[in-house]
Design a protein around this ligand. Structure first.
Ligand code: SF4
Ligand code: SF4
Length: 320
C-alpha cells in the first residue's frame, strides 16, 4: 500500500477525472436530515465523515434486481452494470463489502458489479451507537483519502493515480488513519458459538422479542444483511422478468416453507436467528462475524433494540 501527499484541491480534480468513466455516488445529507448515497458532481457535495442510511449493498445488490427477461421466446440477461465509483465510504462499509464479497463470490451478477465498482474510502467520526471491533487487516478499497494524503489499495487505484505520478512524486509509508482499523468495539468472547447454542432457553430472547415489532428496519440498513427472494413478474405483452428482491429474516413468512411449516414462527426465534447470524456469521464454517459494528440497526430500531446491548447481556447471562 503506497501513500502520497496531495494538494488541497486534489480531491476535486480526482472527482472531475473519475466522472469521465464512472457514475459517482457518495454520502450526502439531504434536507430531511437523512444521509444517502447520492449522485455527486464535485467533492464539496459529500457530507464529511457521514454514514449513509442505506450502505453500499444497495449498489451491489439493488432492492429489486432484474436477473433476466423472457419475451417472445427470446431470453435477455440483465444488462451489463455501469461503472460506479463510491466516494467517501467509511471503513465499516468497506468491511461490509468485504463480507458480501465472501457471500457472493460465485454470483455472476454480483461479481460483474463488483468488478465495475471503485471504492474510495474516507475517515469517519464514530457516533454513540458505533462499536466497530479492532481489526488486524485494512478493509478493501481502491483509494483512501484523508486530509492532505491519499493511499492506494488496489491495482485499479494505482492505475488512477498513475495519471498524476509527476505531481504526486515519491510515495511515503504513512499508516492509514487509526479509525480504519476499528475502535474499542465489543469483542465477542472466544466461546460465543457455545454461548449461543446454550442460550436457546434464555428469557432474553423472549423479553427482547416481545419489544420487537418485526419491522425489518435493522436488516434493511445493515451493510451485511443480504437475504433475498426470487419472484417472477409477468406483464401482459411484456413477457416474464425474474427479479431478485430484498427479503428480511424478521418477516413472519421468511422461514415459511411448503406444507405450511414455519421454522421461526415467533419474533423471539427470528430475533435470535438474526443475532446468531450477525455475531457468528458463517460461524464454524468460515469463522467470520457479519457485524461490522456500524451501529445502524440500533439507530434504525423504533424500540431501541441494540445488538451490542443484547450481546453484552448474552455474554453475562449465557445459559439460564
Ligand atoms: S448488525 Fe447492526 S451494527 Fe452490526 S453491521 Fe449490521 S447494522 Fe451494523
Ligand atoms: S428494527 Fe427493531 S423492531 Fe424492527 S425488526 Fe429490527 S429489532 Fe425488531
Amino acid at each position: 500500500m503506497r501513500s502520497f501527499a496531495i494538494q488541497d484541491d486534489f480531491p476535486h480534480r480526482l472527482v472531475d477525472s473519475l466522472r469521465e468513466s464512472w457514475r459517482i455516488l457518495g454520502p450526502v445529507a439531504g434536507r430531511d436530515g437523512v444521509c444517502r448515497l447520492a449522485r455527486i458532481e464535485n467533492w464539496q457535495e459529500l457530507s464529511p465523515a457521514a454514514i449513509p442510511l442505506i450502505p453500499p449493498k444497495k449498489v451491489l445488490l439493488p432492492p429489486g434486481d432484474p436477473l433476466w427477461t423472457l419475451a417472445d421466446n427470446s431470453y435477455s440477461p440483465s444488462p451489463p452494470p455501469e461503472p460506479v465509483a463510491l466516494l467517501g465510504i467509511p471503513a465499516c462499509d468497506l468491511y461490509g463489502v468485504a463480507y458480501l464479497d465472501l457471500v457472493f463470490a460465485e454470483d455472476p451478477l454480483y461479481c460483474r458489479r463488483r468488478e465495475n465498482l471503485l471504492l474510495v474510502g474516507a475517515p469517519c467520526t464514530p457516533g454513540p451507537e458505533c462499536f466497530c471491533p479492532p481489526r488486524l487487516e485494512p478493509p478493501p478499497f481502491d483509494l483512501f483519502l484523508d486530509n492532505g494524503r491519499i493511499w492506494t489499495g488496489s491495482p485499479a487505484g494505482e492505475g488512477i493515480l498513475a495519471a498524476w505520478a509527476q505531481e504526486l512524486g515519491d510515495p511515503g509509508k504513512m499508516p492509514l488513519p487509526e479509525t480504519v482499523l476499528g475502535g474499542e468495539g465489543v469483542r465477542p468472547p472466544e466461546n460465543l458459538e457455545r454461548t449461543f447454542l446454550d442460550s436457546i432457553h434464555n428469557p432474553l430472547w423472549r423479553q427482547v422479542g416481545e419489544r420487537c415489532v418485526s419491522c425489518g428496519a435493522c436488516s434493511a440498513v445493515c451493510p451485511t444483511c443480504y437475504c433475498y427472494d426470487v419472484v417472477d413478474e409477468a406483464l401482459p405483452g411484456e413477457g416474464v422478468t425474474r427479479i431478485r428482491e430484498w427479503d428480511n429474516c424478521f418477516f413472519r413468512n421468511h422461514a415459511l416453507v411448503a406444507g405450511g411449516h414455519n421454522f421461526r414462527p415467533t419474533r423471539a426465534e427470528r430475533l435470535r436467528f438474526r443475532f446468531e447470524h450477525k455475531l457468528l456469521g458463517f460461524g464454524a464454517l468460515r469463522g467470520v462475524s457479519s457485524c461490522v459494528g456500524c451501529g445502524r440497526c440500533g439507530r434504525a430500531c423504533p424500540v431501541d433494540i441494540d445488538i451490542s446491548d443484547v450481546l453484552a447481556r448474552l455474554v453475562s447471562e449465557g445459559a439460564p
